[in-house]
Design a binder for this molecule. Structure first.
Ligand SMILES: [Zn+2]
Length: 412
C-alpha cells in the first residue's frame, strides 16, 4: 500500500507570512528539529534569492557532515530555466528542487496577461525540468500553482508531461484554500490514477479546511495507488489564513477514526518533538500558539467542567484521544522570575560566560569565548530577541557554519 510522507514548508511558505519572518539561524534550528522529528523533507528556502545563499549552502554543509541527515533539503523555484541556472550558481550544492508555475485559466490570463497559453506553460515547465536535470538535480517536484482552479484535463496533461520528463512528484497546490475534503479527494485520486505519479498536497486555510483537505487529498493519492506527500508548516504559519499545521496534520493521519492503523507513514515520526518545535516556531515568529490548538495549545489537555474533570481523573481516555506525553508535554519548565542576565547584540563577555555556564558550556580558551560571543552578537542583530539555548549551543558547536549563516553580503 502507498504511504504518507511529510514535507514541511515553514522555511519557504511559512516565511512568506506577511508582517513576519525568521532569521537564518532560526530557519536552521527549525531544519534541525524537523530532522529530529523524522520529517521527510524541509523546503528550506529560495535558492534564487541572494540573501538566502549563505544560509542554504551552510545547511547543505550541515547535511554533508551528518547533522541534517536523513532529512532532505529542497529549494523552491519558479519553473523558469533562468531561475534554475541562477539557483545552481548561488547554491551549487542544491540537489532537490520544486519547480512551480501557475496552471489555472485565471492565473495564466491574470498573471501572464494573455501572453501565455497552456502549451507555453507546459513547455516552460518541461524546459525548467530538463535544465534542472542537466545541472545535477537528484529529485524534482513539479508544482501546479492554483491547481484547484485548474481544469482536470489540463492538470492531467501538465502532470503527465512533468512525469514524462523526469519529475518524481507532482504538487497539487490548493493555493487559495478553495477545495473541500470531498473535491480534493476526487481530484487527487483522479490524478493519481491517470498520471501515476506520487502526489504532494499543498493546502491553505482560507475556508478553515487546510488540515482536513490535506488528509482527504492524501487519501485520494493513496486510494489512487500513489504515495502522498503532505505539505505543512509549523503552527500553520503561512500567507493569509495559513497552511496545514504540521502537528495537527500528523495527529489527524495517525489518530483519526478513518486513518489510524489503516494508512501508513513512510517514515516514523517522533511526535515527542511536537511541543518543542511548536514552541520554538511560536517564539521565532513572535506569534502565540492559539489556546485551542490541537495537541500543543495551552488548553489541549485542560479540563474544568465537573463532568469532564471527573471523567478524566477516572480515566484520561474518557475525554482525551491521545496522551499528552506523546507530544513531549508534561515536563516542568523553568521560568525565570528573579534577576535575569540575558544576551543581546551589545552584551559583553561576562554576561556571555554566565549564560553559557548555566548550560554547562565553559571556555578554557578566552579567544574562543570571544569568537563565539561575537557570533552570538551577530545572531542577535538578526533575531532582535534573546537566543534560545539550542541556538547558543548550535553556535558554540558549529562556529564556522554559524559564521556562514550570519553572513549577509549585499551585491556590489
Ligand atoms: Zn502555499
Amino acid at each position: 500500500m502507498p504511504k504518507i510522507y511529510f514535507i514541511d514548508v515553514t522555511n519557504r511558505d511559512g516565511v512568506q507570512t506577511a508582517n513576519l519572518g525568521l532569521s537564518k539561524l532560526e530557519k536552521t534550528i527549525i531544519n534541525i528539529y524537523l530532522n529530529e522529528m523524522g520529517i521527510f523533507q524541509s523546503e528550506f528556502g529560495f535558492p534564487t534569492t541572494r540573501h538566502e545563499s549563505a544560509y542554504l549552502q551552510a545547511n547543505l554543509e550541515l547535511a554533508a557532515i551528518g547533522v541534517l541527515q536523513p532529512i532532505r533539503l529542497s529549494g523552491w523555484l519558479r519553473a523558469i530555466v533562468s531561475d534554475v541556472e541562477t539557483a545552481f550558481r548561488f547554491v551549487p550544492d542544491i540537489r532537490h528542487l520544486n519547480l512551480s508555475i501557475s496552471t489555472s485559466a485565471q492565473m495564466i490570463s491574470g498573471k501572464f496577461r494573455e501572453e501565455k497559453k497552456r502549451e507555453d506553460i507546459v513547455e516552460m515547465m518541461i524546459d525548467a525540468v530538463e535544465a534542472a536535470k542537466a545541472l545535477g538535480t537528484e529529485s524534482i517536484g513539479v508544482n501546479a500553482e492554483d491547481a484547484s482552479r485548474t481544469d482536470m484535463d489540463f492538470l492531467i496533461e501538465f502532470a503527465s508531461a512533468a512525469k514524462e520528463h523526469g519529475a518524481q512528484r507532482f504538487r497539487y497546490c490548493d493555493t487559495l484554500g478553495y477545495d473541500d475534503p470531498f473535491t480534493i479527494y476526487e481530484t487527487v485520486k483522479t490524478l493519481a490514477e491517470n498520471v501515476g505519479i506520487p502526489i504532494e498536497v499543498h493546502c491553505h486555510g482560507d475556508l478553515g479546511m487546510a488540515v482536513a483537505n490535506s488528509v482527504a487529498g492524501a487519501k485520494g493519492a493513496i486510494d489512487g495507488g500513489q504515495d502522498a506527500y503532505i505539505n505543512t508548516t509549523l503552527n500553520g504559519m503561512g500567507e493569509r489564513a495559513g497552511n496545514a499545521d504540521l502537528v495537527a496534520t500528523i495527529l489527524a493521519v495517525t489518530k483519526s477514526k478513518g486513518f489510524a492503523s489503516r494508512y501508513r507513514l513512510g517514515k516514523r515520526i517522533n511526535l515527542k518533538k511536537a511541543w518543542k518545535i511548536s514552541k520554538f516556531a511560536s517564539y521565532a515568529f513572535g506569534v502565540p500558539v492559539p489556546i485551542n490548538q490541537p495537541g500543543v495549545g495551552a488548553n489541549a489537555f485542560a479540563h474544568s467542567s465537573g463532568i469532564h474533570a471527573d471523567g478524566v481523573l477516572k480515566d484520561p481516555e474518557n475525554y482525551e484521544l491521545y496522551d499528552l506525553a506523546e507530544l513531549g508535554r508534561g515536563k516542568l519548565e523553568f521560568v525565570e522570575t528573579g534577576r535575569e542576565i540575558c544576551f543581546g547584540e551589545y552584551s559583553g563577555i561576562s554576561g556571555f560566560r554566565h549564560i553559557m555556564g548555566k548550560m554547562a558550556i565553559t571556555f578554557e580558551d578566552s579567544a574562543k569565548a570571544r569568537e563565539i560571543l561575537e557570533l552570538v552578537r551577530y545572531a542577535n542583530v538578526e533575531a532582535q530577541k534573546p537566543l534560545v539555548e539550542d541556538e547558543l549551543l548550535f553556535i558554540a558547536a558549529y562556529p564556522q557554519i554559524a559564521k556562514k549563516l550570519l553572513t549577509l553580503s549585499p551585491l556590489e
